[in-house]
Design a protein around this ligand. Structure first.
Ligand SMILES: Cc1cc2nc3c(=O)[nH]c(=O)nc-3n(C[C@H](O)[C@H](O)[C@H](O)COP(=O)(O)O)c2cc1C
Length: 209
């Protein structure tokens, strides 16, 4: 029975002691722990965007963490791309089950510089570059075969050549204004620390679980 599935979380705690006013360094610490503990897909994040008042969520991969925010890459003409163009308010959600940790981010998404996107595009495996060329992400396609033909067309076109980054492809940076760190604890008495912006400075407070 679904109702019988439950875990008691007790691996870690999150205390105010030792926290400075820098949520991105705490995030970096948690991310690195998730990587070193070999959690499944440590860079997976659920990105939520808004379309005419309705939230829409999907998984994307965090590809860079900078002092300014969280960077991911996508097709700018995709559904999420269109939604961000109309409303740049987004949220991100990381869940590292093995660490009993969740991080929630609210922020503003902005396109990154195309030179930066190109730097990243060059580091992608050739197959992924080809995929970006072959797929009109989020557009309808008649069949799987048709999609595969699009891939083959790109393969022929760029045979023996460098695959250029499509101009409709690139990165977004999510610049956060709120970040909540959730650490599972026993008896559902979880730790929640919410960082928020106050006159341009980060401050934090504890929330009830
Ligand atoms: C594990 C995983 C990683 C993904 N990473 C990305 C990514 O980094 N960028 C991306 O555009 N889509 C990624 N996707 C696909 C998206 O979830 C989504 O299907 C796609 O971006 C189209 O979304 P949209 O129609 O809302 O634009 C990933 C999906 C999964 C399950």
């Amino acid at each position: 029975m679904l109702r019988d599935i439950r875990n008691n979380y007790q691996k870690y705690k999150l205390e105010e002691k030792g926290l400075d006013n820098s949520p991105l360094s705490l995030f970096d610490e948690w991310l690195n722990q998730a990587i070193s503990e070999k959690v499944v897909e440590p860079t997976v994040m659920v990105l939520s965007t808004v379309q005419q008042g309705f939230p829409d969520s999907r998984v994307v991969l965090l590809k860079e963490l900078t002092a300014e925010g969280f960077v991911f890459f996508t097709n700018y003409r995709s559904k999420k791309g269109e939604q961000i163009q109309n409303n740049s308010n987004v949220s991100l959600n990381f869940f590292w089950a093995e660490m009993e940790r969740q991080v929630r981010v609210k922020g503003i998404a902005e396109k990154i510089d195309s030179v930066q996107s190109e730097d990243y595009f060059k580091t992608r495996p050739r197959d992924s570059q080809m995929g970006a060329c072959a797929s009109n992400q989020s557009m309808e396609v008649d069949s799987r075969e048709k999609l595969e033909r699009q891939f083959e067309v790109c393969e022929k076109k760029f045979d023996g050549k460098t695959i250029p980054m499509p101009e409709h492809w690139g990165g977004y940076i999510v610049k956060p204004f709120e970040i909540e760190f959730w650490q599972g604890r026993s008896s559902r008495m979880h730790d929640r620390i919410l960082f928020f912006q106050d006159e341009g400075k980060w401050r934090f407070k504890r929330l009830q679980p």
